[in-house]
Design a protein around this ligand. Structure first.
Ligand code: 6PG
Length: 471
């Protein structure tokens, strides 16, 4: 293996699908890159498969040679599984590094871990950048959307490379320095939360067409393809059409019908929901999506339930209603995500640039969609206002909510599950009710636990009680 010294401008550890693609992307933009992987065979295979780009790659088989191959101050990108592997890799690297070197964690790390790592490395004058990278394998290779958090020095060191490898929206690179420490990974986590809700709502609309309208996967794919030409234009709707229309070559039937209905998760959706609840800034559409994924895994229970209570009624909904329902649901899911970002930004003192986040999500990432351009504009006008109430989106919700209402009602009457769409509707209806029903909750809490309440006719007086505890 090559152990040329100081020849690479940057280094990357972890040649899994994402790491390998990111390394090729970096090499293609003219940066010589040193690479290292836990298993040498993968490093060999990577270089062999790199074609013309192999000349830009410095393969190494031990960490000392890897570090020595990178020009100082070193920039080292980690693309290893989130969690323990990141800590282990940093620990192994540390003795080889010099003050001013920069480590970039480009995995889906927990934002709190990123903060902890950044603070620990800072004590040795090492810089750390927590980089949320979205776009899957294709994005990593051709241009991802990237959300950076860390010191100004780490950002300055990485900015030139990140700007050239990023996806572009109308020429502008989809990467930004969003704040210190874990800010970038936090934003990526919320991105994934929105991704969960977006996918779940799409899957629910698919389910209504499959189970309530007796449509084939191919025909369902055609509807999504058509919708992708309108306000729903987005990567997820586009690939839904592709996935639904795909044929299994062995059986010549729609592949989608053969895929097991149990979805996995790596954790970012669940983290989003937990974090949101701890900040009292809940995102019910994401909660519903995370729950739906968990329940998708309870196959035996669902089988038992189907035998005991199964059966659905046919559904009478137009394609226009389904499209509209998805538009409304999508606005709600994104609005909930941006509201969480706004709360976290305030609480963590990050000053997250919300319009900029919408801008860098317009290309490269999994939730890229035409709608994000309008969201960026709305957030530019009122960064901390509830996005669903911004004039452009309020108008859209007025137009599309009736269809979401009809869809949820019809699905419910037919016995078909639409938990994310229904929770979006519930959230919206809660927010348009000036006088809610928590007066009863307060009355009950006081009745059973003397928790106290306030009265609308006696402003300023607190800890009042009802007559029930008098005697
Ligand atoms: C992206 C994706 C990507 C990945 C996540 C989510 O933005 O490119 O979010 O990071 O798909 O790991 O995966 P799970 O669905 O397994 O949680």
């Amino acid at each position: 293996m090559d152990d040329r010294r100081d020849t690479a401008e940057i280094g990357l550890i972890g040649l899994g699908t994402m790491g390998a693609n990111l390394a090729l992307n970096i090499a293609e933009t003219g940066h010589k890159i040193a690479v290292f992987n836990r298993t040498d065979s993968r490093t060999h295979a990577f270089v062999e498969g790199a074609g013309d780009l192999a000349a830009m790659i410095v393969p190494t088989t031990d960490l000392a040679a890897f570090v020595a191959a990178i020009a100082r101050p070193r920039r080292i990108v980690l693309m290893v599984p989130a969690g323990k592997a990141v800590d282990e890799q940093i620990k192994a690297l540390r003795p080889h590094l010099d003050p001013g070197d920069v480590i970039v964690d480009a995995g889906n790390s927990d934002w709190q871990d990123t903060g902890r790592r950044a603070r620990a490395l800072a004590t040795e004058d090492l810089d750390f950048l927590g980089l949320g990278v979205s776009g899957g394998a294709e994005g990593a290779r051709n241009g991802p959307s990237m959300m950076a958090g860390g010191s100004d020095r780490a950002w300055s060191a990485m900015k030139p490379v990140l700007r050239v490898i990023a996806a572009r929206f109308e020429g502008a690179p989809c990467v930004a320095h969003l704040g210190p420490e874990g800010a970038g990974h936090y934003v990526k986590m919320v991105h994934n939360g929105i991704e969960y809700a977006d996918m779940q709502m799409i899957a629910e609309i698919y389910g209504l067409m499959r189970d309530g309208m007796d449509r084939t996967a191919t025909r369902i794919g055609d509807s999504f393809a058509r919708w992708n030409e309108g306000p729903l234009a987005s990567y997820l709707v586009e690939i839904t059409a592709e996935v639904a229309r795909a044929t299994d070559p062995d059986s010549d039937t729609p592949l989608l019908d053969l895929i097991r209905d149990s979805a996995g998760q790596k954790g970012t959706g669940r983290w989003t929901v937990i974090d949101a609840q701890t900040r009292a800034a809940p995102l019910p559409a994401v909660e519903a999506a995370v729950t739906a994924r968990v329940l998708s895994g309870a196959e035996d229970l669902r089988q038992q339930g189907a035998e005991m209570f199964g059966g659905t009624e046919p559904l009478d909904l137009s394609d226009t209603d389904l499209e509209s329902a998805l538009i409304a649901g999508k606005i709600i899911a994104y609005a909930q995500g941006f509201a969480l970002l706004s709360t976290a930004s305030r609480e963590e003192d990050w000053s997250l640039p919300l319009p900029r986040i919408a801008e860098i999500w317009r290309a490269g990432c999994i939730i890229r969609s035409a709608m994000l351009d309008d969201m960026a504009k709305a957030l530019n006008e009122a960064p901390d206002a509830q996005l669903a109430f911004a004039p452009a989106f309020a108008d859209q919700l007025r137009a599309h909510m009736p269809a979401l209402r009809r869809t949820v009602a019809a699905a419910s009457a037919a016995g078909l599950p639409v938990p994310a769409l229904a929770s979006g509707l519930g959230w919206f209806d809660t927010l348009r009710q000036a006088r809610g029903t928590a007066n009863l909750i307060q009355g009950l809490r006081d009745r059973f636990g003397a928790h106290g309440f306030e009265r609308v006719d006696r402003p300023g007086e607190t800890d009042l009680h009802g007559p029930w505890n008098a005697g």
